[in-house]
Design a protein around this ligand. Sequence first.
Ligand code: SF4
Length: 232
Amino acid sequence: MRTTNGRPNGRGGHGDGRAGADALEIAGLTPLSSCDWPGKLVATVFLQGCPWRCTYCHNSAILDPRTPGVVPWQDVRTLLAKRHGLLDGLVFSGGEPTMQPGLVAAAQEVRAGGFGVGLHTGGAFPAALARVLPHVDWVGLDVKAPARLYDAITRRGGAVPAFESLRRVLDAGVDVQVRTTIDPTVLDAAAVTELAAELAGLGVRDHVWQEVRREGTTSAYRASLDALTTRT
Ligand code: SF4
């Protein structure tokens, strides 16, 4: 399948990792961030496309993998070339970055340029994640819920690949922070306790809870949050 700009697109995360970095469909570029990789000053690229439709997603504009990118990879190259000594690294975020076959080449290029490589992922594509892990220094992995509640958040399933991805990251020994956004419309106190225990049992040492942000979410979701507040 090809995008409107004639470049191969990794929809479905089945790319073999041999596409060039210029094939990346980039929805946005943040030139400086101190929060996308804890303790590091980074630039962050947001890659187009995600297979999930999470209740609390505030990135709805970048979910459709058929939408072409708006930032050429060359702009990222140029930025990094100017920021030697100022930036620690580049974070690939999304969307779901492992959907795109150009990710491996891009990560290799960033590292070869002397920068660290960070990756935000929900773990939807364990095989694609495994291909890029040797070229990644840090992973921010979203684990959204205990497996039984995954679909209530993503509305596209995903528990099996997400926990498989967690296993692969832990087995690879890559520095990882597992993050869980607490969706109060799905996760109650028992589910939070259950997930914390499950992650600890799997060997996760760095797990952070995040509050849902209302900004950018759908009006229906904001109404469901309001309904919860009204009831309490
Ligand atoms: S995985 Fe992230 S980008 Fe994809 S729908 Fe969920 S919150 Fe949005």
